[in-house]
Design a protein around this ligand. Sequence first.
Ligand code: SAM
Length: 283
Amino acid sequence: MSEYEKRRPVGRVKQVTSLSNPLVKDIKALAQKKFRDQNNAFMAEGLKLVIDALDLGWEIRTLIFAKTGRGNTAIETIAARTVAAGGDILEVSEKILASITRRDNPQMVVGVFTQRLVPLKDIFPANGDVWVALDRVRDPGNLGTIIRTIDAVGAKGVILVGDTTDPFSLETVRATMGSIFAVPIAKTSVEAFLGWRKSFSGLVAGTHLKGAVDYRSVDFSGKPVLLMMGNEQQGLPGNLTQSCDRLLRIPQAGRADSLNLAVATGVMLFEIRRHALALEEAA
Ligand code: SAM
C-alpha cells in the first residue's frame, strides 16, 4: 500500500487549511505522471466533470471542494455520493484548490479518480464502429480535443500507439471537457498494435500528406473503421503506414503544409460518421 493510500481518511470529511498538509501534498503530486502511475489515479476539475464521472461509474477516491461551496446543493449531493461510494471528502480553502490545480481561478470542485484503460485484446470492433489509432501523440491539448471529438461523433474509442502523452494529465483531462469518462482508451506498443491489427477485418484508413486518395471519395459505411493518425512532427512511420488499407489525404489550399493533428482528426471523423449524424427533429 502506498503512502497516499495509507493516509486517505476513509469515509470522513476533513477540513484542511494548510498547504503543507500531507493529504494536500499527495493530491498535488498527482500533477506528475510518475505519481499518477504509482497510484493509478488522476484529477478531474469541475462539478460537471465529477458528476459525469460518477454517473458513468468511475471510482472516486477523494472529492475536494472549496469551503465557499459549503451549502451548495449540487456539491452536497456529490459529496454524499462520494461517501456512499467509499470515497473521502476534503474541504479546503480556495488557495489550496488553486495550488492543487495550478490555476489562479480554480473550479470549486476537484475529484481524484482511479485510472481506467481498456486492454487492446478486448477490442472487437463491429460493423459501423469507428476507432481512432494515434501514433505517438505528444500534445495534451491535441489528445484531449481528439477524445472530445470521438465522443461528439459517436466513435467508439481511441488506441494510443507507442510513446504518448498521458491521457490522465490535468491538461488532457481539461481539454476533453468530460469526454475522458465516456471514451474507452487503450495504450499499446507498436508491435502489439501491429499484431492486433492483423485480426482487424474492417477498413484501416491511414491519413498521410502523401496519401493518393481524397478522403471524401471513400465509402466508410457498413464496416468497422480504424482511422490512423500520425505524430505531430513526423507523421506515420513506415511500419504503420504499410499496415493501412488506404492512405487518405485532406486536400489543402494556401501555404500551410499540413493541418493540426486534432483538426485533421476532426475532419476525418465527421466524414467517416457523416451517414450516422443528423440534427434532431425540431419539436
Ligand atoms: N510533418 C508531418 C508529416 O510530414 O506528416 C506533419 C504531421 S501532421 C501535423 C499530423 C498528422 O495529421 C498527420 O500525420 C496526418 O495523420 C494528419 N494530417 C494533417 N494534415 C493532413 C492532410 N492534409 N491530409 C491527411 N492527413 C493530414
